[in-house]
Design a protein around this ligand. Sequence first.
Ligand SMILES: C[S@@+](CC[C@H](N)C(=O)[O-])C[C@H]1O[C@@H](n2cnc3c(N)ncnc32)[C@H](O)[C@@H]1O
Ligand code: SF4
Ligand code: SF4
Length: 386
Amino acid sequence: MFFHPRMKLLDKIGREFSGYNILESGKRLVDRKPLQCSLYVTDRCNLDCAYCTEYDNSRPHPSLDDLKKWIRKIRELGTMRIALVGGEPLVHPNIVEIVRYCRELGFATSLTTNGFLLTRKLLAELEDAGLQVMQISVDRMTPSPITKKSFKTILPKLDYFRDSKISLHITGVICADTLPESRAVLETGLSRGIPTEVRLVHADPLRRFRVDRGPREELERFIDSMIERKRRGEKIHTSEAILNYQRSLLRGEHVEWTCMAGYKLFFVSAQGKFWLCSMVHTDKHIMDVTLDDLYANYRKKSCQEGCGVYCAVSASLLVEKPIAVLGKEIVARTKRIPSMFRRSLTPDADKATHSAITNPDGTQEMNGGTNGGPSADDRVTLRKSV
Ligand SMILES: C[S@@+](CC[C@H](N)C(=O)[O-])C[C@H]1O[C@@H](n2cnc3c(N)ncnc32)[C@H](O)[C@@H]1O
Ligand code: SF4
Ligand code: SF4
């Protein structure tokens, strides 16, 4: 009884920092092997978000055998983390088996979903298969003709994560349609202790925006407020570097960086094709890719100006300036410790805070913070080193 609150506090502080996984990720900052791959497990989707160019219901699911072959190859290249994306990954009938296979091969594994097909049973199966990180995409509080991904559907499901080992985070897209509700999305996630991020809509591969982006000044004020909150230590689920990057995008300012897409991170399509990122595709099959092919993509790209592939910008900045990016993240997380102490001094404080902001269904605080797919500050361990 006496030690319980302190043990809980130590556990919470540990969770904030244990996942830096510095040694493992550090290897990829100095060698020539890739850090992460986003694998499209299917092109098919159960929704039709107006801003999205990443789904195609005319294509069949790739088979489990093909996916396993590609996953083995991705691992053989030395990739440490795999992000299962789509389309909607949960519509693939073998998604649990795919996760299990990634974990058996030693990948740090995340999955990005719209959450509509998530059930308590499926979450338990994914956890049992070893999934470490889940991103649920939530754009609004209520559905709209632009996007149906709203807390109306997701709030009742947050309770599934109460005792789950899977780290949940929430990500939303900001555009004119969602902006009036983006603050509420952020508050709803953060107030439940869930690392949450809302980010600017990006253009399609032809650099066209499919939806109205929203008024620039208001967007800038919103990004500024997130930078402030990030500095105060709130669980904004992105780095200050990426928030600054988005502000520069809005202002039309040039940002100096070198895109590592196709080298430190790459994508594999649902047909097994090697893509530099979600926007830049090649016809080469992943089975034919060599480490030299990857290294050839270590160069500035002509599409860098205005690039909205934030996971690529994020990984590139991390590889280019690890001390600056990780240093700021560590400082931000350190600022969370005093409030953890305050709560630990009042044994019922956690309960009290959360009962005030608890979901109608009783959802309480989620497990700690991660960043983007499995990333440098995730609480993930790799079973086999490559
Ligand atoms: C393509 S979806 C695939 C996974 C899943 N169907 C989902 O929606 O989470 C992956 C992520 O990309 C985001 N996304 C799609 N199109 C976007 C765009 N034009 N701008 C910014 N984010 C976008 C989605 O909101 C989602 O968070
Ligand atoms: S749910 Fe995901 S894949 Fe489907 S349309 Fe929306 S953003 Fe695209
Ligand atoms: S700059 Fe952006 S769009 Fe171009 S390859 Fe890199 S990540 Fe892809």
